[in-house]
Design a protein around this ligand. Structure first.
Ligand code: SAM
Ligand code: SF4
Length: 331
């Protein structure tokens, strides 16, 4: 490995989130507009070769973990081919994917065989009504079918992710907890962040992790802190005292974890970002398409990391939501 990607606050960046598309088959209100979405033209989206080259350079700088995301990654054709190519890169130890699960039943096996190790499947509720209120499209049955298929395959881990929104999610918390316990799936609740496309986020819509924890403890008994498998993970994990189930909380709004952040991102059209909330991007696609050397790409990674701020500042009075919404960044 050459020099690691260390920012000006000493944070070592070993985790790259790769968005493979900005397209999606549903329209979650916390992420995308409902209608008339302006997706990037195909020609602007990084090819598999371009992604592979970037990851190879990043791996030489100490990136060991990848997460494939989007948009909905499973709408990108031939994804197992990309996974296989990334898994073969020296230094890459862990490949995960975040998906809404709608297309998972058909693709899970090929992805697992190609080398995908971990899956995060988004599941905000177990009632069709909640699903459609959030996603503004149907699809819950397909997601549940995708979970069932994935459970039969040798993934190292399958986790459920639920975004919690005040006024919508309350009645889903306990059923989701019960489902995760019954199915022996880890469940993480994520606070709603100001990354919606329509700019409607309000602090009052954040259903805090602490509130959810109380709801779960009232239903299932005490939650006890669980060991942290990765010191840089954003989630704080707990186990139920009865030994059944593991629950995590990602509380970016009420308990920012920026001090431990080790993540870099590349958008589907090849813009490097050092934070979800960044207002600055580095155009690695231009370098890749100009035939730049590995060294030039590596230098761009350095510039991106060195410009990283201490934190997202959501709680600051001068916080400004980024121009891009979640689907355009890659969650
Ligand atoms: N389409 C895939 C999915 O939904 O799982 C992957 C991309 S999505 C942008 C990645 C994750 O970000 C999902 O778990 C989604 O629920 C979450 N997410 C999207 N918008 C969010 C927001 N405004 N606040 C918190 N989490 C959000
Ligand atoms: Fe699509 Fe995922 Fe965004 Fe929902 S959160 S609209 S599934 S990209």
């Amino acid at each position: 490995m050459t020099t690691p990607l260390i920012d000006s606050f000493g944070r070592v960046h070993s985790n790259l989130r790769v968005s493979v598309t900005d397209r999606c088959n549903i329209r979650c209100f916390y992420c995308m507009p409902d209608e008339n979405v302006r997706f990037k033209p195909r020609a602007e989206i990084l090819t598999f070769e371009e992604i592979e080259k970037l990851v190879r350079v990043a791996a030489r700088r100490g990136v060991t973990k990848l997460r494939i995301t989007g948009g909905e990654p499973l709408v990108r054709a031939e994804l197992p081919t990309l996974v296989g190519r990334l898994a073969a890169i020296t230094g890459i130890e862990d490949i995960a994917m975040t998906t809404n699960g709608i297309l998972l039943a058909d693709q899970a096996e090929a992805l697992c065989q190609a080398g995908l190790q971990r899956l995060n499947i988004s599941l905000d509720g177990l009632r069709d009504e909640t699903f459609e209120r959030i996603a503004r499209r149907p699809g819950l049955a397909e997601v549940l079918a995708g979970i069932r298929v994935a459970q039969q395959l040798p993934f190292e881990k399958i986790r459920l992710n639920a975004v919690a929104i005040a006024g919508i999610s309350e009645e889903e918390i306990v059923p989701l907890g019960a489902f995760a316990r019954e199915e022996d799936l880890e469940l993480r609740f994520i606070e709603f962040m100001p990354l919606d496309a329509e700019g409607n986020w309000k602090p009052e819509q954040v259903l805090k992790g602490e509130t959810i924890r109380t709801m779960l403890e009232d239903a299932f008994g005490p939650l006890q802190p669980a060991e942290r498998s990765d010191p840089c993970q954003p989630a704080v994990d707990f186990r139920f005292a009865d030994g059944i189930g593991r629950i995590g909380f990602i509380n970016p709004v009420s308990q920012p974890f920026c001090a431990d952040c080790n993540r870099l991102r590349v958008t589907a059209e090849g813009q490097l970002r050092n934070c979800l909330f960044s207002h600055e991007e580095w155009d690695v696609r231009e370098l890749l398409r100009q035939g730049a050397s590995d060294e030039q790409i590596s230098q761009m990674l350095t510039r991106c990391v060195l410009a990283k701020k201490t934190g997202h500042g959501i709680d600051s009075p001068d916080f400004q939501q980024p121009a891009r919404a979640m689907f355009q960044i890659g969650g």
